[in-house]
Design a protein around this ligand. Structure first.
Ligand code: ADP
Ligand code: MG
Length: 599
């Protein structure tokens, strides 16, 4: 179709409004135009977070010379003619507003050539006036340069955060476009440095490895359309142990468009029910395809929100597809009834890779794990620290307890062993105690952190090599609010580049954990709970404790179990972990007697 201006009645019928809020919205609109133009390779370059310059170049169909001026008119589009077309819209754009809005907010240069044209047409648009420039030689396709965005609109600039935060938002847009268009080659250069380069080989996993890292992407499970679902859903989801404290790891698409959908989000959560702890979210990129007439994409001008005429269909399509993928990868899930809401195992399936056990003596960072002393061996080895759960105040008590040599702890518990590499079985005065090793350790570490906070004496482990951590725009905005509190917990962050911070130290207990994950999680906690609130304070401590605690699925030796049990009794709330889950399940002697008909 050629570009035409929509009649006023049509223009009035489509949701209108500001589409250009920040550099990332410019990039999104320009990328949508390139994709609608059938591009197979798109290069995005930005400078100063896009405020100084945004350039998008594609190898798409180009705009015919006699339409180039029209493209900048408001409601000029080649994608929609009348309101009747709206229900069948399959292009990403259709309102004809992007180019005119961008030209109203910046200095724009358009260079475009169709295959049949001999040279490219060049148009300069500035403060809503368009001027033709001499034609240029250029490859077929379109290049749009946007300079000095919002320089004439100070009110807009006020809402723009740092260039770093804007860069991160632009990156997010490009990542989602790349996920949705694996056959298109995307390259993204920020201040002349290439930060994203996809191959266009059609492999979603290759794109996810750029976004989540190669290791995580390799573990992701393929989702294929469920035969029992109304709409096909495909994509990839993370294994349950790769989770996050918020939904930022889940990207949802409907008919190739990155969208927000509470319905689909809830469906994902339901599918993982029983596999993730309360407040944890999986990773995933999920694509739902639905006939255009069951959707209303025309809700908001930024087209981010989608409504379904039948919410239930979208819900069950996503839930079934995700659940089937999980079941296929972990058939034991169903057998163990883990989909029931009551049995929650945050670490299922156990993953040996996440070994970050801190029950080792405080030696230098990265010191090899020492062979833990067996009970009774302590003195001979002259290594009276080897039962220490984690460096801290409890060295004395724990050493004392093992010196008893009999495995009795605090006169209350006798550790008998471990089952499922997850639970410690101990005998107490009134029966048997089954202790969840992760929850128990988490609880111990949590109370230890709160004590250190109160005493303003964090046990800090400086990093030998400070770790650069790349943050999302939201996380970047949270750093200034969270930084003081985090420092007092031992997490020191130092600004380093636009969207990167250097992690300079961590709490000693967290010295073996993935620092980038830890930082992301604690920032999300503060963002969610608000800075300087008790909830964020406790949330941060709980998050550090959770990261640092021994995982389920980790075999412990007797001495480690004894040390953990002692610490639980002496240092922590023995009943509950910081997330409110029980640390201990008790089977009383009386229950046993009743079960065996003795009482
Ligand atoms: P919309 O995308 O809603 O139609 P825009 O203002 O974004 O409106 O673009 C106006 C028109 O300009 C489009 O309909 C399309 O015909 C043309 N156009 C814009 N960008 C490109 C591009 N990169 N390649 C080819 N045509 C383009
Ligand atoms: Mg458009």
């Amino acid at each position: 179709m050629s570009i035409r201006i929509l009649p006023p009645a049509v223009a009035a019928g489509i949701a209108a409004g500001e589409v250009i809020e920040r550099p990332a919205s410019v990039v999104k609109e320009l990328l949508e135009n390139s994709l609608d133009a059938g591009a197979t390779a798109i290069t995005v370059e930005i400078q100063q977070g896009g405020l100084q310059r945004i350039s998008v170049r594609d190898d798409g169909c180009g705009i015919p010379d006699d339409e180039v001026l029209l493209a900048f008119e408001r409601h000029a589009t080649s994608k929609l003619r009348s309101l009747d077309d709206l229900p069948e819209i399959t292009t990403l754009g259709f309102r004809g507003e992007a180019l005119s809005s961008i030209a109203a907010a910046a200095h724009v240069l358009l260079v475009t050539r169709t295959v049949n044209a001999e040279a490219a047409s060049v148009v300069e648009a500035y403060e809503s006036t368009t001027t033709r420039q001499p034609r240029e030689s250029s490859a077929p396709g379109t290049r749009i340069e946007v300079e000095a965005l919002f320089s004439t609109i100070p009110a807009r600039l006020k809402f723009i955060r740092s260039p770093g935060a804007e860069t991160a938002r632009v990156r997010q847009v490009i990542e989602h476009m790349a996920m949705a268009n694996p056959y298109v080659r995307f390259s993204f250069k920020n201040d002349l440095r290439t930060v994203i380069q996809t191959t266009g080989n059609g492999q979603l996993r290759d794109i996810l490895s750029i976004i989540y890292g190669t290791e995580t992407a390799a573990e992701m499970l393929e989702v294929t359309a469920s035969s029992r679902a109304p709409f096909p859903v495909h994509g990839m989801i993370g294994p349950p142990d790769r989770n996050r404290p918020n939904r930022t790891g889940i990207s949802l698409f409907v008919n190739g468009r990155w969208i927000q959908s509470p319905t689909m989000n809830t469906a994902v959560r339901e599918a993982y029910r029983g596999l993730l702890m309360e407040g944890r979210y999986p990773l995933g990129a999920l694509f739902l395809d639905a006939p255009p007439h069951v959707l209303d994409v025309n809700v908001h001008p930024n087209k981010r929100e989608v409504r379904f005429t039948h919410d239930g269909d979208a819900f069950s399509s996503v839930e079934r597809a995700v659940r089937e993928a999980l079941l296929e990868a972990h058939p034991e899930v169903q057998a163990r009834g883990l989909f029931s809401p009551t049995s929650i195992d945050p670490q299922f399936p156990p993953s040996p890779r996440v070994f970050d056990f801190t029950m080792t003596p405080p030696q230098g960072a990265g010191a090899p794990l020492p062979e833990p002393a067996l009970p009774g061996e302590t003195e001979r080895r002259g290594d009276d620290n080897s039962t220490v759960l984690a460096p801290g105040a409890q060295t004395q008590e724990m050493t004392g307890s093992t010196e008893e040599g009999m495995g009795w702890l605090t006169g209350e518990f006798r550790v008998l062993g471990q089952i499922s590499a997850t639970y410690i079985i101990a005998e107490g005065q009134d029966g048997m105690h089954v202790i969840d090793q992760h929850s128990a350790h988490e609880s111990v570490l949590y109370y230890r952190l709160l004590r250190q906070w109160k005493e303003m004496a964090p046990d800090i482990q400086p990093m030998l090599d400070p770790l650069p951590v790349e943050l999302t725009p939201e996380q970047l905005e949270t750093v200034p609010l969270a930084q003081d509190m985090l420092t007092r917990y031992g997490i020191t962050l130092e600004a380093f580049g636009d969207s990167t911070y250097l992690l300079r130290s961590v709490p000693v207990m967290a010295r073996r954990v993935d620092g980038a994950k830890l930082v992301a999680d604690v920032l999300e906690v503060v963002r969610g709970a608000g800075s300087l609130t008790p909830a964020s304070h406790h949330g941060v401590a709980a998050s550090i404790a959770c990261h640092s605690a021994v995982r389920a699925g980790q075999t412990l030796n007797h001495q480690e179990m004894a040390a953990l049990t002692t610490a639980l009794v002496t240092e922590a709330n023995p009943q509950h972990c910081p997330h409110g889950r029980p640390t201990t399940v008790k089977v009383t002697t009386h229950m046993l007697e009743r079960g065996f008909g003795r009482a």
